[in-house]
Write a protein that binds this ligand. Structure first.
Ligand SMILES: Cc1cc2nc3c(=O)[nH]c(=O)nc-3n(C[C@H](O)[C@H](O)[C@H](O)COP(=O)(O)OP(=O)(O)OC[C@H]3O[C@@H](n4cnc5c(N)ncnc54)[C@H](O)[C@@H]3O)c2cc1C
Length: 417
């Protein structure tokens, strides 16, 4: 291996693998150092094992961080169409599903990993697994030392160790310390695309209950974001696709010390006034039934006592004939505007992605090269960019990884000219 022409890639995830391919195609010798026993382990877990590899609707509005516009450099160099062409050339036939989500036709995340690994092997990338990098230094060249003491040298380094989400898949946050020792700073990372914890005593009685509805994140009296879909109560709080999508906003405000609420609408199809009259009518049709039994068939049975209690109804077993209009108003209000206090996000082990990370002001967006350490590049989740659920995070890994690999290799060529 000619160290002079070598790009060292630290972390063999989605970003690291595509960076390796791009650097190799641009003439560099490439070594991937990966702490797991295989590269690309996280890819197998993506999209519930189907790998939602990108989205038709790639747009800056789907990305978050201190400066989401930072994505433009990478997303325009390696955009949605190029991503589709790249994977098609490797053998992945794309299938577009709801909300523009793109999956491989095979329905298997493993097929995405297989073709990437094949491309890496056939391009003679040097892959070193079980290589936990604990130190990177810039001397004459970059030197990356792995547990056990062995050192690898290269003219360029791409740091793509991921964030802290799902550490069981390899990304344990160790990349931040490597970058910080080289002079970089990180925006405090926190879990995103993750379930939320609620301050509510009734959770044990409703865990497992699902409903179709809308959830808003509310902080300081303002609705910050709303999402609809299937919502699920859990033992510690609340989950489901809309909640994962809202978790970044909620988590950030909780971290800032704000009072944060999830406001639920369990009956999206109607407004509160209409719902009140529907309930009055519904209860009047069965004067002998108890309050709680009269709601069976309208909302999940396990939710009924909780909703009635939250609405301030003292005796849920009194007959419907004794119901007042005011009580119907209160029930309608809870069903449409049920506010539950958020105490935080679930743990890193449950998170799909990391919000926060290496400060993008310290990185050149057109190349992904460090502005502080020439020859050092970043890609993927390690930087302070995170996307919505729906293929946006992998697209960021592909785009930033491709750009970093290509830029690193091209800069080597310039050096030798
Ligand atoms: C369960 C789950 C499902 C997901 N589903 C989707 C989806 O369908 N669509 C989507 O767009 N996104 C999805 N994501 C998010 C997406 O997978 C990540 O954003 C993306 O994989 C990040 O790529 P990366 O290469 O930056 O980091 P990672 O994939 O985390 O890769 C980093 C690699 O670096 C290695 N590493 C870390 N530290 C060191 C070190 N010190 N030395 C050597 N190696 C190191 C790790 O072992 C790992 O292999 C999902 C995430 C999870 C957890």
């Amino acid at each position: 291996m000619k160290e002079k022409n070598t790009v060292l890639i630290i972390g063999g995830g989605a970003a690291g693998m595509i960076a390796a391919i791009a650097a190799r195609r641009n003439g560099a010798d490439v070594t991937i150092l990966e702490r797991n026993s295989r590269i690309g382990r996280k890819i197998l877990a993506t999209g519930n094992g189907r790998c939602n590899l990108t989205n038709v609707n790639i747009d800056v509005s789907k990305y978050h961080g201190r400066n989401p516009k930072f994505i433009y450099g990478a997303i325009s160099r390696f955009n949605y169409d190029m991503t589709i062409d790249f994977f098609e050339s490797l053998g992945i036939a794309p299938k577009v599903e709801d909300e523009g989500k793109v999956f491989p036709m095979s329905g298997q995340a493993s097929s995405v990993l297989d073709v990437l690994r094949y491309e890496i092997e056939s391009n003679e990338v040097n892959v070193v697994c079980d290589a936990n990098v604990y130190d990177v230094q810039k001397k004459k060249q970059f030197e990356a030392t792995i547990s056990g003491g062995k050192t690898y040298r290269g003219e360029r380094v791409i740091l793509c160790t991921g964030g802290k989400a799902s550490p069981n898949l390899g990304s344990n946050g160790s990349g931040y310390a490597l970058a910080e020792r080289l002079g970089h700073s990180a925006i405090e990372p926190f879990p995103a695309l993750v379930q939320l914890k609620l301050n509510a005593l009734f959770l044990k009685s409703v865990m497992g209950v699902k409903f179709e509805g809308r959830a808003d994140v509310v902080a300081n009296g303002k609705v910050l974001r709303s999402e609809s879909g299937e919502i699920l109560f859990t033992e510690y709080g609340i989950s489901g696709p809309p909640i994962l999508q809202l978790s970044r906003t909620a988590g950030e405000h909780v971290l800032n010390g704000d009072k944060v609420f999830i406001r639920l609408d369990l009956v999206e199809s109607t407004d509160e006034e209409e719902l009140k009259y529907y309930l009055i009518e519904r209860f009047s049709r069965c004067p002998k039934k108890t309050f709680s039994f009269a709601l069976v068939g309208f909302i999940n049975k396990r939710l009924i006592p909780v909703v009635l209690k939250q609405a301030g109804i003292g005796d849920i077993n009194k007959p419907c004939k004794s119901i007042s209009e005011n009580e119907c108003s209160k029930i309608a209000h809870i069903l449409k505007d049920w506010e539950l206090e958020v105490t935080g996000t679930n743990l890193w082990s449950s998170a799909q992605v990391t919000a926060g990370g290496i400060n993008v002001n310290e990185i050149e967006s057109r190349t992904m090269e460090s502005k502080l350490v020439p020859g050092l590049y970043f890609a993927g989740e390690i930087v302070d960019i995170d996307g919505d659920c729906g293929g946006y995070n992998l697209q960021w890994a592909w785009s930033s990884g491709y750009l970093a690999g290509e830029s690193a290799a091209k800069s080597l060529k310039h050096d030798s000219d």
